[in-house]
Design a protein around this ligand. Structure first.
Ligand SMILES: Cc1cc2nc3c(=O)[nH]c(=O)nc-3n(C[C@H](O)[C@H](O)[C@H](O)COP(=O)(O)OP(=O)(O)OC[C@H]3O[C@@H](n4cnc5c(N)ncnc54)[C@H](O)[C@@H]3O)c2cc1C
Length: 441
């Protein structure tokens, strides 16, 4: 299939290397070859391309940084829109900033932090695109207090599946706004987001608290969620000796001149000898994970990720059961296990969170060997099994990962929102061309 559009000459790319690059993602498991890649020079290129694709029934997917793991940003025989050419960032005004959908959070922070502002929630890894994480939800260390990133968007500019450029917000086309936030790219391409900002101090005190038992880890995790001075918090679970697991809390406090640890850490169960503290510039703190991941390399390894949101009331038992079945070998050389506590306050978007005020994201991110034929099928089965266990307890899927879902599963996932989202899909993407890789419809 050939895409030819004279209006898009110069921004449509069809060379083998570019197509192959967009036929893979961070998971290195799913490979779907597009027919062309659009590198838009301006929003009007996205408009033109989507009009053409709608008229011709050609499937389309926006690609942020391609960091989802199961083909969500891929499209076989269709058009990939490489959003990394739309990375403009406007001035900070009235406590918000307008950014193009392809900008990374790292770029946003580089602009706003020196001015003393930052988004209420920043993803743990800041090399993700704004459009990509707003299409998924966006969870970070501050989610324990401020929820997901989609709760902090003032307005969006979206190019719909028909190629119409629309501004949407809670008061303008609210149904489009709600559908697009956490909507896995089904209703339009986010070309611009107006992000709420909050003042941030220039320094970050970053605590790492170690544990060798889960009870103390979870007790301190929940205690820290109630301490006003904590600005960021998440947990990590690591392989320990002889098949055991050890636990690490990452807690951060932003400060201006001096900071004392006594109130922040008072009464916690972590042993003082298992505590490390670092003082960093706020911007350096926000990109600590980026540097660690980039130093790790290993980008060629296949990865199957299991990511579920759990009701807070069952997290401890669920994690214990999952760890009892998990081995360090399954995590592989680039695997990790994370727990992000999340405050679940707003529900006016497509992101599905469990029906409790306190929930948590639980990620088992495995990596394997490209030479092991059993790695992917075995881990996909385990991802599916973990999702089913979570769902039975009121959990939901975070669709960044690899868990295979059927159309019926998606219907269950969206529950009472399903019909409104179907209506939005039919209205804003009538030719059903957008983001087939997520396999929602
Ligand atoms: C190393 C690593 C660390 C991560 N850390 C976090 C984390 O801390 N918190 C968290 O929440 N997630 C995290 N993720 C998951 C991440 O949120 C998802 O991968 C998400 O997909 C965003 O990544 P991306 O910008 O590469 O988007 P992509 O993977 O390129 O796209 C994701 C989906 O959004 C769609 N999309 C992309 N851009 C747009 C757009 N402009 N408009 C409409 N749809 C669009 C795509 O078609 C696709 O369906 C991490 C992933 C990796 C690999």
């Amino acid at each position: 299939m050939t895409i030819s559009l004279s209006e898009l000459e110069g921004v449509l790319v069809t060379d083998e290397a570019t197509l192959t690059g967009c036929a893979r993602d961070y998971g290195r498991v799913v490979h779907r070859m597009p027919s062309a890649v659009l590198r838009p020079a301006a929003v009007r290129d996205v408009v033109q391309a989507l009009r053409f694709c709608c008229d011709h029934g050609l499937p389309v997917a926006a690609r942020g940084q391609g960091h989802s793991t199961a083909g969500q940003a891929q499209v076989a025989g269709g058009l990939v829109i490489d959003m990394s050419t739309l990375q403009g960032i406007g001035p900070v005004q009235d406590g918000s900033v307008r950014v193009q959908g392809g900008a990374t959070w790292r770029q946003v922070l580089s602009r706003t932090v020196p001015l003393g502002w930052w988004p209420p929630v920043v993803t743990g890894y800041a090399g993700l695109s704004v459009g990509g994480t707003l299409s998924m939800g966006g969870i970070g260390a501050a989610s324990f207090r401020h929820g997901p990133q989609v709760d902090h968007v003032v307005a969006l500019q979206v190019v719909t599946g028909e190629g119409e450029l629309r501004t949407c917000s809670p008061s303008e086309h609210p149904e489009l706004f709600s559908a697009v936030l956490g909507g896995v790219g089904q209703y339009g391409v986010i070309v611009e987001a107006t992000l709420a900002l909050t003042p941030v101090a220039p320094r970050a005190r970053y605590h790492l608290l170690g544990y060798d038992d889960a009870d103390a880890f979870f007790a301190d995790l929940w205690t820290l969620t109630t301490r006003d001075r904590v600005d960021g918090l998440y947990g990590q679970i690591l392989p320990g000796p002889e098949g055991s697991w050890s636990y690490l809390l990452h807690a951060v406090e932003f400060f201006s001149s001096t900071s004392s640890d006594s109130a922040l850490l008072a009464g916690l169960r972590s042993a003082p000898a298992a505590r490390t503290v670092m003082d960093l510039d706020t911007l350096a703190f926000a990109t600590v994970v980026d540097e660690q991941l980039e130093a790790l390399g290993l980008t060629h390894l296949p990865r199957v990720w299991r990511d579920v949101f759990l009701p807070g009331s069952c997290i401890e038992t669920f994690v214990a059961d999952a760890l009892a079945e998990l081995t360090a070998e399954e995590l592989g050389p680039a695997g990790f296990v994370l727990v992000f506590p999340i405050r679940n306050a707003a529900r006016s978007h497509a992101l599905r969170l469990p029906e409790e005020e306190r929930v948590a994201l639980f990620d088992i991110c495995t990596s394997g060997s490209p030479e092991d034929p059993d790695y992917v099928p075995t881990q996909l089965d385990k991802a599916r099994a973990m999702y089913e266990r979570a769902r039975a307890l009121g959990g939901t899927l975070y669709p960044i990962g690899s868990t295979p879902l059927t159309t019926e599963d998606w219907r269950t996932h969206y529950g009472s929102s399903y019909q409104a989202l179907r209506t939005a899909k039919e209205h804003y993407d009538p030719a059903n061309i957008l983001t087939p890789g997520a396999e929602i419809s």
